[in-house]
Ligand binder design. Structure first.
Ligand code: PLP
Length: 384
């Protein structure tokens, strides 16, 4: 089976991990801050906080921005459940904003009309979390404008968009947001096995997320409640978690991050080959926003109802032919846990349509042209 995504591990990655295993620190050593500096440098952000998953990064990002019981977070329903689950961890409520029909990002017009109604009802969101689906940034300039007007904070779920650009700036630079979050799960652009990172330009948010990652504990003398307490002393200032990344993971991440640009170029090249190969078929291929350089975490084709076949038939047919296609994502509000919370699905028409049509076909740097051509032939056969 050709997988839909796959990590790329080179001998240098293995050497970097082995080096840590032979060193003094498996965790809380020098590799984690070095990896944070690498990512801050790539993303052009002032700060980066490494954690054990993007889910953890979302959780501490929301907490650092003060999300709690009685508050509301809005995201789009076409995302991995983690984006909204992390808000529920904070005791907050979640609601969903529809996506744009062709670029799959949070729709600024849908956001605006939902905000107008929420303002009238006195129930505005504290945080809006746009998801850069497939690796293409949402329309952040417009979302930021609305944030300024309605007073919400913005956390970018950039799990798919490591190495992507928006208006010439790297995603993660937080030019239009408070915090951006990356994932380093093996199917994502670069990997640490499990792992995530939150970037920000705000020192207070940085400090808060750093504390939350490790039990709310600090050793920073300037922040302790007593002076000259002795070298052993630390204080727990808030309630945090153990969300730490290990040095083993960080070393792998550093080694991978050095190849980030090449990975994203290769993904774009393979995506262009798919566009070309699919151009004569009654299939919708990804639309590119001219403001964006996508990292192409996913290549999603859509099988419209007018095509004469169904998404189900194409999905099953590809699986039967050993092509490991997938669907990203089942809308969050379709899951029984969320369904029971009750959402107004009439306003999520683009998301519903996307979900009826979408299939993620294999895309990763190690995908060979011959495998890609095989996949194209299979799709052509199934659409005939
Ligand atoms: C992968 C992913 C996450 C969660 O990432 P983990 O590192 O597995 O916790 C969150 N949001 C989106 C959009 C993702 O794709």
């Amino acid at each position: 089976m050709i997988p839909y995504g796959r990590q790329d591990i080179l001998p240098g990655d293995i050497d970097a991990v082995v080096e840590v295993l032979k060193s003094d620190f498996l965790t809380q050593g020098p590799a984690v801050p070095a990896f944070e500096a690498d990512i801050a440098n790539l993303a052009q952000s002032s700060y980066a906080v490494a954690v054990n998953s993007a889910t953890s990064a979302l959780h501490i990002a929301y907490l650092a921005l003060g999300l709690g019981p009685g508050d509301l977070l809005w995201t789009s329903p076409i995302t991995f459940v983690a984006t909204s689950n992390a808000a529920l961890y904070c005791g907050a409520d979640v609601d969903f904003v529809d996506i744009e029909k062709d670029t799959f990002g949070m729709c600024p017009s849908a956001l605006q009309s939902k905000l107008e109604e929420a303002a009238a009802a006195g129930r505005l969101p504290k945080i809006v979390a746009p998801v850069h689906l497939c690796g293409q940034s949402c329309d952040m300039a417009r979302i930021r404008e609305l944030g300024d007007e309605y007073g919400f904070s913005i956390v970018e779920d950039a799990s798919h968009a490591v190495g992507a650009k928006y208006k010439q700036s790297p995603v993660g630079s937080c030019e239009f947001s408070d915090i951006a979050v990356f994932s380093f799960h093996p199917v994502k652009i670069i990997t640490t096995g499990e792992g995530g990172m939150a970037t920000t330009n705000d020192e207070a948010l940085y400090r808060s997320m750093s504390d939350l990652r490790s039990h709310g504990i600090t050793r920073d003398k300037a922040r302790l409640s007593i002076s000259d307490p002795g070298g052993w002393y630390y204080e727990q200032l808030g309630l945090g978690f153990n969300y730490r990344m290990t040095d083993i993971q960080a070393a792998l991440g550093r080694s991978q991050a050095a190849r980030l640009d090449g990975y994203v170029e290769k993904r774009n090249e393979l995506a262009a080959r798919y566009n070309e190969g699919l151009s004569d078929l009654p299939i919708l291929v990804p639309s590119l926003n001219p403001d964006c350089y996508s990292s192409f975490h996913l290549y999603v084709i859509r099988i419209p109802e007018s095509s004469g076949t169904t998404r189900r038939a194409v999905y099953d047919g590809l699986r039967e032919r050993d092509v490991g296609v997938n669907v990203h994502y089942i809308p969050v509000h379709h899951h029984p846990y969320y369904r029971d919370l009750g959402f107004d699905t009439d306003r999520l028409a683009n998301s519903e349509e996307y979900y009826r049509q979408a299939i993620s076909i294999p895309l990763y740097p190690g995908l060979s042209y011959s495998d890609q051509d095989y996949i194209l032939n299979c799709i052509e056969e199934l659409m005939a």
